[in-house]
Each structure stands twice: as structure tokens, then as C-alpha cells.
Design a protein around this ligand. Structure first.
Ligand code: SF4
Ligand code: SF4
Length: 414
């Protein structure tokens, strides 16, 4: 492990403020499952009072890396540096489980292999009678264990947008970073991004060589794999000469905009400055220039942790939704839905408890639809409603704008 985590560890005053906000601690009440407890474990490792064990690994893996605690820490502890070092330490001292290791090292860096693996699994989805719940199914153990997930798309977003739709005099040319969930499952979200931006006279390129952002591998401390993916993505996006890069996935945006600065160094800064969440981009570059015919549905918004607590973005998606629908706010919009990353696979039962609270908040809002800006949250919340046979729909906020724009007018001169 590098040494910067030791500086962060020494900043912690053990005040316990993180206990009041950590979604995992609020469910478990377990001191070893919150930043203060893990910081104590890091100190004990530093002082060679303990060694890496299975129990320690479980405590490290039980962090959602939502960064809610960092936002409110009165001592300014950069907990992300500490949890990343602990994950690296677990990987270096105990190894990475074989299946994820194969996926991170051999499948994620090879798009053809990744496509093939998921194509096979989509065929299995069709032929093996699996439990089904609304649009959600159990995938074979190989992929998600007991987690419910939607059907994989027949054609990926990258395949669908292989050729860029050329616009006559586009005002900007932007690249879309799809991320895995949108590429393989929620292709309709990619379609909405391209459709909306094209209507705003912005040309959208979907660079074909792009790979997974690397979040899954970094979540298990596999720094080597994450760096390899980041380097490929750097080459692919740098070579396009784009005015901006957008993503509709809160976690991918955080990773390629912020984490790559650490992985790739300061040379990534000029590109990082051009990376936006899709609603952030629309707010900044399209502002008031688009007209909409708001849909009549009552729509509420769930804040994805990586957009709200890491990037402080909350007004921009609401602005899009207020212009596109009958917007209603829910209580506790910023509380974690439980979705995202390996946490939802390892601790599915815990994520369901968080999800129950989220579903209750959405129901209290009286909304017909809940929109959010992360496909991981879409999947998680849709799972919650499918389990209840609820009529409430789950979608991405860009899809609400897409529907409102279908009847609206675009002023292309501005
Ligand atoms: S809030 Fe910050 S300073 Fe307080 S215990 Fe948690 S990590 Fe330490
Ligand atoms: S990152 Fe999130 S899950 Fe992890 S300790 Fe902080 S608040 Fe809890």
C-alpha cells in the first residue's frame, strides 16, 4: 500500500459523526462496518497489531463506497483514500477470488470476449426456466448469484451506435461513455441520450473501443486491471478530439472524471474537465434554450450517491425533470437505494433493507414514476417495485426529457 492513507487515518478524531449517515451502519449497527471502525482496523494494520483475515476482508468489502461519510466528516478525512488502500491491501495479501480475477484481467479488457460471455448468458436466460419477477429475473450464479436483474439487450449500445449520425452544422461534438449496464442492459438510456442531444444539434459519437470504466475491479482492490482499462479508455477518447464527454451513469462519471486523475495522473486533467453527467451537460450547455411539453405524469427524483455525495450534483437533474414533467420531491431523496457495485452481490440482503426505505419514500411522494441518473439505481429500484407488483415505474431522467421533447420545440439558433 502507498503511504497517503496513513496521513488520512491520522486525521480521524473518532467523533462518530459518520455513524449518523453511513447507510450500512444504520442497518447493521456494527462498528466494523462504518468508516470509524475501518479506520481503527487500518491503524491496527499499520501498527502490526492485526493481520489480514477473512473477517477483516468481509468488513472491508461491506463498505458501499458511497462517500456519504466523507461529505460530512468534520475532520476532513478523505475516507476514499483509506478504503482504497484497505481494498488494495486485501487484494495483495489475500488475493482476488478466481472468478472476478478472470473477469477483470481477461474478459473486461477484451470487448469481444465480454460480448460473447454476455451473449451466451442472454441465451441461457431465454432457455433455462428461471424465476421471473416482472421484467426482472435471476441470472445464473456465474453472474449475479441471487440478485434479480433485467433481461440483457439483444444488441448492445456500442453495436447500435457504431455509426455516428452526422448533423449538418452541429454546435458541439460529444462522446458518450456508455458504461456496462447501459451498454448491455439499458440500451434505451443510450438511445435517449443520443436522441436528446441530436435534437439539441449536438453530434454524439459512441467510441467503439471503450471498455468498462474499471469500478468493479477497483472495488476489489485490483489496481492493475483498473489501470489497464483506464489506459485503453484514455487512448480511445483522446483520439476523438471531442468537445465534451457525457455519461448517463453516475458511477462511471465519477470514475472517469475523478478516479482516473489518480490512476492516470495530471495528464488526464484536460479530459477530466470535459466530462459531464448528462443532466449537468444539458444544464451547462443547453440551459434554457430547449422547450418542452411536460408529460402529465408525477415524477420524483432519487439522488444517486456518486452524483450527490461525491460530485454535489442535485439541481441539474431536477431542473431537467421540472421542465419535462409534473415534478414532486420525495423525502430522503439522497438516502442510498442500496444498489451499485459488488456490495449488491455480496450483501444482497442488506441492500434490500435499504431499498425498502427508498421504495417507501417514493410511495409517500405520490409519484407515478421515479427517475434517477444511474442505471445501477434504476436496476435496484425497479427490483424493489417488481417485488411488490407496484405500478410505479423506474426510469432515467434523460428518458423523461426525451418524452417531453418529442412534442417540444428546439431553438437551434441559440
Ligand atoms: S466522521 Fe470523520 S473524524 Fe469522525 S469518526 Fe468518522 S471518519 Fe473519523
Ligand atoms: S463510504 Fe458509505 S458505506 Fe462506506 S463507510 Fe462511508 S458512508 Fe458507510
Amino acid at each position: 500500500m502507498g503511504e497517503d492513507w496513513k496521513t488520512e487515518v491520522s486525521k480521524c478524531s473518532k467523533c462518530g459523526k459518520c455513524h449518523t449517515v453511513c447507510p450500512v451502519f444504520l442497518e447493521t449497527g456494527d462498528e466494523a462496518m462504518v468508516s470509524r471502525g475501518r479506520i481503527s482496523l487500518a491503524e491496527a494494520l499499520r501498527d502490526q497489531q492485526i493481520v489480514y483475515t477473512n473477517k477483516l476482508r468481509d468488513y472491508v468489502y461491506s463498505c458501499k463506497k458511497c462517500m456519504r461519510c466523507r461529505k460530512d466528516c468534520p475532520s476532513g478525512v478523505d475516507y476514499e483514500i483509506i478504503i482504497s488502500a484497505l481494498l488494495r491491501g486485501v487484494a495483495e495479501n489475500m488475493g482476488i477470488p478466481l472468478l472476478p480475477k478472470i473477469i477483470f484481467r481477461y474478459i473486461l479488457p477484451r470487448r469481444i470476449l465480454f460480448d460473447t460471455m454476455l451473449k451466451v448468458s442472454s441465451k441461457i436466460q431465454r432457455f433455462i426456466p428461471m424465476k421471473k419477477r416482472g421484467q426482472m429475473r435471476h441470472l445464473p450464479l456465474l453472474f449475479m448469484g441471487k440478485r434479480w436483474i433485467p433481461t440483457l439487450a439483444k444488441k448492445t449500445a456500442l453495436q447500435k451506435f457504431r455509426n455516428t449520425k452526422k448533423l449538418k452544422n452541429p454546435r458541439m461534438r460529444v462522446g458518450l461513455f456508455t458504461g456496462c449496464l447501459i451498454n448491455y442492459i439499458y440500451v434505451d438510456i443510450a438511445e435517449a441520450v443520443v436522441d436528446v442531444l441530436n435534437k439539441m444539434n449536438i453530434e454524439v459519437v459512441v467510441p467503439q473501443g471503450q471498455l468498462c470504466c474499471g469500478t468493479p475491479s477497483s472495488s476489489m482492490g485490483d489496481v492493475k486491471s483498473s489501470r489497464k482499462l483506464a489506459e485503453v479508455n484514455r487512448k480511445v477518447f483522446e483520439s476523438q478530439g471531442l468537445d465534451a464527454i457525457v455519461s448517463a451513469c453516475a458511477t462511471c462519471t465519477k470514475t472517469i472524471k475523478m478516479d482516473y486523475l489518480r490512476t492516470l495522473g495530471p495528464s488526464w486533467k484536460p479530459i477530466s474537465d470535459k466530462i459531464y453527467d448528462i443532466s449537468e451537460f444539458i444544464y451547462k450547455y443547453c440551459g434554457e434554450e430547449y422547450e418542452t411539453k411536460p408529460i402529465e405524469e408525477k415524477v420524483t427524483y432519487h439522488d444517486p450517491c456518486h452524483l450527490l455525495w461525491v460530485r454535489g450534483i442535485s439541481d441539474e437533474p431536477r431542473n431537467v425533470l421540472k421542465k419535462s414533467s409534473n415534478f414532486v420531491e420525495m423525502d430522503m431523496a439522497g438516502s442510498c437505494c442500496g444498489g451499485g457495485g459488488i456490495f449488491t452481490i455480496i450483501h444482497y440482503d442488506l441492500t434490500l433493507k435499504m431499498l425498502e426505505r427508498k421504495v417507501a419514500s417514493i410511495e409517500r411522494s405520490g409519484a407515478d414514476t421515479v427517475a434517477t441518473n444511474c442505471p445501477g439505481c434504476v436496476m435496484q429500484i425497479a427490483d424493489g417495485f417488481a417485488g411488490k407488483n407496484s405500478k410505479i415505474k423506474t426510469t432515467h431522467s434523460i428518458q423523461i426529457l426525451q418524452r417531453a421533447l418529442a412534442n417540444g420545440n428546439i431553438n437551434r439558433e441559440k
